[in-house]
Design a protein around this ligand. Structure first.
Ligand code: TXE
Length: 480
């Protein structure tokens, strides 16, 4: 199976005719090829987008909204097919792809189809000066969207839907590790009649294709989700060109558990927030902090629940933990297991690669719980991004807060307590962009989404995304 670039509504070979292998992580084998696109391919995509922009930006909001809704409809119609493709490409369990990834991709389009019809801007009357100011919010032009491999279609569409809703045209690149559903989205866009050049998808490596998008002088905004190191690099490249940047980066999120919480609910959710998608979600609560008085009980109960998780072939609907996304990523996760002892940790459960009968070359790893005592250890400071969590105890609210904030990341935090005062005090002082209280990953697409500290810059979601993808212009009219 050869995936091609999607430019001007056509599926085209890369100009250099150079290709990359695409792996199925469940079996560790190549199952397709994708373009190894060069700067010239990005330029071709840019030209198509620039040509489409004057017309697309003048489509009425109703017209744009209708097309976005149709894309949402078609994604839902093809839910099973897309979920199977996502699961095969990424290694995630088919049930997760069906319940979360693909429905959310449809919701992204549905949400922004509606949001754009409600989006408005401000006006300011300059009282006594006979002048009225109003803010015009115009689309930027051609924008770049670069997405990662962990939630492929979900995060790709989270950028594309608001960008085109706001009237921009796009040069987009999905992760080279998980290109399949982006490719299928191109087909869906053709089916619903998205005009040519509005969305262009170039496949290839981050360091070449992605870099060419970021370096392109006429692509004036970049929306990126991925690793913190890559985000910092993109910021360095884009800054001298004064590009608008939205960076959603890594996390090392605290899950703070107090003795006064609803214990059973907390336990079940904590299993999910630790290991959903093999722990490969930037929002996973990878640092579990537990109040001392329930620490031993939690430890025992949690390990027991984790032992029930089934590591299996992603296409089996009873699988809880599928394959990690790539051999390289599996090696990264294993490298953290290698340093557990030296970092003063103790493996309480898991810690081993899994060899599944008939899938011996797949990238499977046990859900792993590590007990630690020092928050400064690398296991608690660095983003592992796999099925690995640490647990440690704390004594007071202040201790919990200090531990929670003592990392360079600041994406999200989860808090389990039934004490309102404590909730407010801690939620206010957590240095994160998102705080969940007595729940995890409950998403309302109207809310600002993103991180503080080294977890990123800017916010996605709701009107924040529409603001990002538009340039505000103040128009001041003086009258007599
Ligand atoms: O991400 P990269 P990687 C974290 C996680 C993971 C680490 C590295 O800790 O282990 O990042 O993952 C494109 N110019 N997250 O290496 O490289 C790349 O092709 C432009 C957290 O896979 O950041 C892909 O499309 N683009 C995260 C995208 O950037 C470049 C999700 C992300 O890849 C580029 C994924 C460049 N120079 C990983 N280099 C989250 N926040 O959810 C790479 N890319």
């Amino acid at each position: 199976m050869k995936i091609k670039n999607y430019i001007n509504r056509e599926f085209v070979n890369p100009i250099s005719n150079s290709w990359l292998d695409n792996y199925n992580p469940a079996i560790g084998e190549v199952y397709g090829q994708i373009p190894n696109s060069s700067k010239e391919d990005v330029e071709k995509a840019y030209q198509a987008a620039a040509k489409a922009f004057p017309k697309w930006s003048n489509f009425t909001l109703e017209e744009r909204s209708k097309i976005l809704s149709k894309i949402a409809d078609l994604i839902l119609e093809k839910l099973d097919f897309l979920a199977e493709a996502e699961s095969k490409d990424n290694g995630k369990s088919i049930s997760l792809a069906k319940q979360v990834d693909i429905p959310r991709a449809a919701s992204n389009f549905r949400f922004f189809a509606n949001a754009i019809t409600q989006f408005s801007s401000e006006s300011h009357e300059s009282v006594g000066l006979n002048a009225i100011n109003f803010t015009l919010r115009q689309p930027i032009g051609v924008v770049g969207c670069i997405s990662p491999w962990n939630l492929p279609l979900y995060l790709f569409t989270w950028k594309i839907a608001p960008a085109i809703a706001a009237g921009n045209c796009i040069v987009a690149k999905p992760s080279e590790v998980t290109p399949m559903t982006a490719h299928l989205l191109g087909k869906i866009c053709n089916e619903v009649g998205l005009p040519k050049g509005v969305l262009n998808i170039v496949h290839g490596l981050g360091t070449t294709t992605g870099q060419a998008i970021v370096e392109h002088p006429k692509i004036k905004a970049i929306s990126f989700t991925g690793g913190t190191k890559t985000g910092a690099h993109i910021a360095r490249v884009a800054a001298p060109m004064f590009k608008k940047l939205s960076l959603e980066l890594g996390g090392k999120n605290p899950n703070i558990i107090f003795a006064d919480c609803d214990y059973e609910k907390m336990l079940a959710t904590t299993v999910r927030s630790s290991f959903a998608n093999q722990g490969q979600i930037c929002l996973c609560g990878s640092r579990i902090l537990v109040e001392e008085s329930i620490y031993e009980k939690f430890k025992k109960d949690f390990i027991q629940k984790v032992a029930d998780l089934k590591v299996g072939n992603p296409s089996d609907s009873s699988t809880d933990i599928g394959a990690l996304v790539s051999k390289q990523h599996l090696e990264k996760v294993k490298s953290y297991i290698d340093i557990v002892e030296q970092e003063g940790g103790k493996i309480l459960s898991g810690g081993l690669e899994v060899t599944l009968p008939n899938y011996e070359n797949g990238y499977y790893f046990q859900p792993t719980v590590i007990e630690i005592t020092d928050n400064k250890c690398r296991l608690n400071q660095e983003e592992i991004f796999g099925p690995v969590v640490t647990i440690m105890s704390f004594k007071t609210d202040k201790d919990a807060l200090t531990l929670a904030n003592d990392v360079k990341y600041g994406l999200s935090g989860t808090l389990w307590t039934n004490n309102l005062n404590r909730t407010m005090q801690i939620a206010k002082q957590l240095q994160t962009g998102i705080v969940w209280v007595n729940t995890w990953m409950l998403r309302d697409l109207r809310t600002p989404f993103g991180g503080a500290k080294e977890s990123g810059v800017g916010r996605e979601g709701g009107f924040e995304a529409l603001r990002f993808f538009t340039e505000p212009k103040n128009i001041c009219i003086k009258y007599e």
